[in-house]
Each structure stands twice: as structure tokens, then as C-alpha cells.
Design a protein around this ligand. Structure first.
Ligand SMILES: C[S@@+](CC[C@H](N)C(=O)[O-])C[C@H]1O[C@@H](n2cnc3c(N)ncnc32)[C@H](O)[C@@H]1O
Length: 194
């Protein structure tokens, strides 16, 4: 499995460092400045981007299907019972997932996970970042990525609405050496309707 490949993570780390300003800017534009409380990160990987976004020193709980480091807990976000148990226990105020939920699952399915998160009163918002290629691949649901990973592209016109929820999307062109010139990052923020 490519997510277990050290070479993927080495390249990803260089890319993440170079992209840090863009990611912080997108996160703040879509989610606003961080409030207090605990941030739960789904599919946190090496936790680098999650930490950058939430601020060093903030209450931050990374999770991953294959946790890296001591800090992260084991959690498969597609297991909704396990996800609910973790949320019930940790009582996060925000949940983030950066290039994980919306990359590993098709958008309709990741939206179900987001709805399950928002069913917990303690969760004020979910921010999930995914992407699509703004080229001939736009119309495929999934694409083959660097390192033999299959990733899903965020589908157009699949915003979450109804059930008291509202989604804001921010699209950010994000050319890079690692992923090529036509990537558009999609930052989704789901909150309760006011
Ligand atoms: C592209 S990496 C993103 C890592 C991190 N969020 C970041 O942006 O730096 C995708 C991560 O999702 C994790 N992952 C894949 N499937 C998962 C699942 N079903 N539940 C939880 N994590 C998963 C992988 O182990 C990997 O760490």
C-alpha cells in the first residue's frame, strides 16, 4: 500500500512544506479563525498539515487508519460506529480532514461521514480538503496518483445542504512538482445553518 511507502511521505513532506502558506490561507478563508476546544483530525498522516492549520499548542487529536507516531489514535473514518464512539469520548468542537476523507472516499460517501460527525452537538464544523484535476481527468471519479495510489476527485454540485447544514466551498489552483500543473484544491466547510 502506497501510504505505507516512506518515499511517498518524503516527497509529500516537501510538497506540504512548500504548500503551507496556501493551506493556511485556504483554511482561514473557508473556516475563519480557530475558536477554542479540541480539533479531531481524520486521516492525519504525519500530522504536519493538521498541526499547521490548527496552530501549534492547540488541543489537537490526530487519528488515522494506520497511525504514525504516538500521538495519533487508530480510527478508520469509514467505520461510522467507531467514529461516533471517538467523537462521543473526545467531544471535539471541530473536525478536520486534509486530503484524506475526500480523497479516500467518493464525495457522496465522504459527505455521509461528515453528516455523521455533525450529528454530534459538540461538533461546530467540519473542514475537509480534497482536490480535482482541471484537465481531461475532471470527469473521472477516481484517478491514479503518484506512488500508485487511487484517489477520488471531489465531485461538482455535491454540496451538503438540508438537515440544518450548510456547506461553503473554496477552490484553490495548486500547481506543484509532485502533483502537476492542473490540480485544484477544494476546501469544504460544513456548519449548522444559522
Ligand atoms: C494523502 S494522506 C493525507 C495525510 C494528512 N491529512 C496530510 O494532509 O498531511 C491520506 C491519509 O489518509 C489515511 N487513510 C486512508 N484511508 C483511511 C481510512 N479509511 N480511515 C482513516 N484514515 C485513512 C492514510 O493512512 C493517510 O495517512
Amino acid at each position: 500500500m502506497a501510504y505505507a511507502d516512506d518515499e511517498f511521505w518524503r516527497k509529500y513532506r516537501v510538497w506540504a512544506t512548500r504548500s503551507a502558506y496556501r493551506h493556511m490561507d485556504a483554511y482561514r478563508r473557508v473556516a475563519g479563525m480557530a475558536g477554542g476546544g479540541l480539533v479531531l483530525d481524520l486521516g492525519a498522516g504525519q500530522c504536519e498539515i493538521g498541526r499547521t492549520l490548527t496552530g501549534w499548542g492547540a488541543a489537537y487529536q490526530p487519528s488515522d487508519a494506520t497511525p504514525k507516531g504516538d500521538e495519533a489514535i487508530a480510527l478508520d473514518f469509514s467505520d461510522l460506529d467507531a467514529l461516533s464512539a471517538v467523537i462521543g469520548e473526545a467531544q471535539p468542537t471541530r473536525i478536520i480532514s486534509v486530503f484524506a476523507l475526500d480523497v479516500v472516499l467518493p464525495t457522496e460517501q465522504s459527505s455521509e461521514v461528515i453528516r455523521a460527525c455533525m450529528a454530534h452537538e459538540c461538533v461546530r464544523e467540519v473542514v475537509s480538503a480534497g482536490f480535482y484535476y482541471n484537465d481531461e481527468r475532471r470527469h473521472s471519479r477516481s484517478v491514479e496518483e503518484v506512488g500508485g495510489i487511487t484517489s477520488y476527485q471531489v465531485q461538482a454540485r455535491t454540496n451538503i445542504t438540508g438537515g440544518g447544514l450548510v456547506e461553503t466551498r473554496l477552490e484553490v489552483p495548486a500547481a506543484s512538482e509532485m502533483f502537476g500543473p492542473s490540480v485544484v484544491e477544494v476546501w469544504r466547510c460544513i456548519k449548522r445553518e444559522e
